[in-house]
Design a protein around this ligand. Structure first.
Ligand SMILES: [Fe+2]
Length: 128
C-alpha cells in the first residue's frame, strides 16, 4: 500500500508537469517504504536531498511553463516555490535535531506536496 496515492484529479493537464508530480509522489512513497524497513538516517538524508533536487528542477520547469502561457499569478507562484524549499530545509533541521519523528517528516512532506498541487498548481489548469 502506497503512502501517497496519486489521484487523477491532481493532474493539471500538462504531460511533463503531471509526470514530474507523479515522480515526486513516487519519491515520497520510496522514502516511506525505506522508513518502514527501518533504514539508516543516512539513506533518509540521501532520499530527501534527491527529493529537494528534483523539486527544484520541477519548479523551474513549472515556472517556465507558466511564463509560456502567461499565467497571471506567476510571481505569487514563484514565491510559493521559494517558500516550499525554505520550509523543507526548516523541517529537515527539526528532524535532524530530533524534534520531529520519521512519521512527522512523512506527514509534513505529504502535505507539503499535495497541498501545493491542490491549492496552487491546479490553478494553472484553466490557462492551458
Ligand atoms: Fe507549483
Amino acid at each position: 500500500m502506497s503512502f501517497v496515492l496519486w489521484k487523477p484529479c491532481y493532474c493539471i493537464g500538462d504531460h511533463k508537469i503531471d509526470n514530474q508530480h507523479r515522480r515526486l509522489v513516487s519519491l515520497l512513497n520510496f522514502l516511506y517504504d525505506r522508513i518502514q524497513e527501518a533504514c539508516s538516517k543516512k539513506l533518509i538524508d540521501i532520499i530527501l536531498m534527491e527529493l529537494v533536487r528534483y523539486a527544484e528542477e520541477h519548479f523551474r520547469d513549472e515556472e517556465a511553463l507558466m511564463e509560456r502561457i502567461r499565467f497571471p499569478e506567476l510571481s505569487h507562484h514563484r514565491r510559493a516555490h521559494e517558500k516550499l524549499l525554505y520550509e523543507v530545509f526548516k523541517f529537515k533541521e527539526k528532524f535532524d535535531s530530533g524534534l520531529a519523528s520519521k512519521m512527522d517528516l512523512l506527514h509534513f512532506l505529504h502535505d507539503w506536496l499535495i497541498t501545493h498541487i491542490i491549492d496552487e498548481d491546479l490553478k494553472i489548469k484553466k490557462y492551458l
